[in-house]
Design a protein. Structure first.
Length: 398
């Protein structure tokens, strides 16, 4: 019992020393307390409108036929598109596009009606403004919806010419009825797809960066041994690692609650998971990031500001490696295995399943286990790096 109290007191000593270290550095305070909340709020506000409606477009109708007029009328009736201009030629429409008066052009060639009458494939040109993904998406969704409806109309007209009308024609056109339902993203918005991964990456990068800044500051000022309480330098160093990790864990637990629970609900993002499951899943994630940051900081960070370069470079790389931009099944094996060196990969995959899909811990057991393995492995490397600092005074530290 006495030994247990002594161990707990040693952990408390390391914890209190690290708290003083954190709160004495204004840069770290900014990264720990402001950035993890500010970034999600900014991005949520930017992507609050998940879909563009009434996108201003121009139409160039060289066919001037009943079919093209019907198509244009249906385009204007879609929620995504608003036909504001009907131009005589492409040059006029292109000038409007250059002046940002419109964001898409629909072009009907002269032979549009003739090709339909001769039962050939007719073509419609769609030119979208790619300055924003939303413009392209709105033009594509609106044109696809009208195109499918027009195809059905044309098919029904051809069946009527063959004497097949009414319900028989509809059955022939669509023998099996189908209904499209967007699972876990009812609006089909980019924000609901992108933001949950961003929340995890923000926590990962700010926590990692803050820890590395603290290690870099200690190394730059040759006081890394001073950051280990004097009475613990001759004892088991794993208590120092545990004490420091508890400091970061206590700081980031309320940040996790704000970032991954309250902010998504505030901006009405899909949120099917419960708070208990999210916290239990994020526990090994935070520990893995903490020990990963302590390992990298102790072994490789020479100056306080050098982690800033890693932060800027690796943020985009980590986002690609999570499988959100490119599916994991299409990532080369080497890069797939490489991605699991970072807690962000299983963290993003598991959090999306828990938060957006309502998965239980049993449903994300592979990601959950991967995070605990990472936490244990990086805890061992953290202890090893602290032993090197304590015993051999490496890196010109005292």
């Amino acid at each position: 019992m006495k030994k247990l109290r002594l161990n707990l007191y040693d952990i408390w000593t390391a914890l209190s020393a690290e708290v003083r270290h954190v709160f004495s550095d204004s840069t770290v305070l900014l990264i720990f307390f402001i950035a993890p909340l500010l970034y999600p709020l900014i991005f949520c506000y930017m992507y609050k409108t998940e879909n563009v409606e009434n996108l201003p477009v121009a139409v160039v109708d060289e066919a001037v036929c009943s079919e093209s007029k019907r198509f244009i009328h249906k385009l204007d009736a879609t929620p995504e598109i608003n036909v504001e201009y009907k131009c005589c030629n492409m040059h006029e429409a292109q000038e409007l596009l250059k002046d940002n008066e419109i964001h898409a052009i629909f072009y009907f060639p002269k032979d549009f009606s003739q090709r339909l009458a001769s039962m050939q494939t007719a073509h419609i040109g769609v030119f979208a403004d790619m300055s924003s993904f939303y413009y392209y998406k709105a033009a594509l969704l609106g044109s696809n919806a009208v195109l499918i409806d027009e195809m059905h109309t044309i098919e029904l007209q051809r069946y009527a010419m063959e004497g097949l009308t009414g319900e028989d024609a509809h059955i022939q056109l669509q023998p099996i009825s189908d209904e499209e339902i967007t699972a876990f993203n009812p609006t089909g918005g980019y924000g609901s797809f992108f933001l949950p991964a961003l929340f995890v990456l923000v926590v990962h990068q700010t926590l990692f960066l803050g820890i590395c800044l603290l290690c870099g500051d200690a190394r730059e000022n040759k006081r890394s041994l001073k950051n280990i309480p004097a009475r613990l330098r001759t004892r088991s160093i794993h208590r120092v690692a545990l004490g420091r990790s508890l400091c970061y864990l206590l700081i980031y637990t309320p940040i996790i609650i704000m970032t991954m629970w309250f902010i998504p609900r505030w901006f009405q993002l899909p949120q099917l998971g419960n708070l208990y499951t999210i916290l239990v899943f994020m526990l090994p994630f935070l520990l893995a990031v903490i020990f990963f940051g302590m390992t990298m900081g102790n072994l490789f960070v020479r100056q306080k500001l050098s982690p800033m370069l890693c932060f800027a470079f690796f943020s985009l790389v980590l986002f690609f490696l999570t499988g959100m931009v490119w599916p994991q099944c299409s990532i080369p094996k080497f890069w797939l295995w490489f991605s699991y060196l970072f807690p962000s990969t299983p963290g993003v995959q598991g959090f999306i399943k828990v938060s957006s899909m309502g998965a239980s811990l049993a449903d994300v057991r592979s990601e959950y286990l991967a995070l605990w393995i990472q936490a244990a492995a990086y805890f061992a490397t953290t202890v090893f790096s602290l032993i090197l600092i304590k015993k051999y005074k490496i890196f010109n530290m005292e």
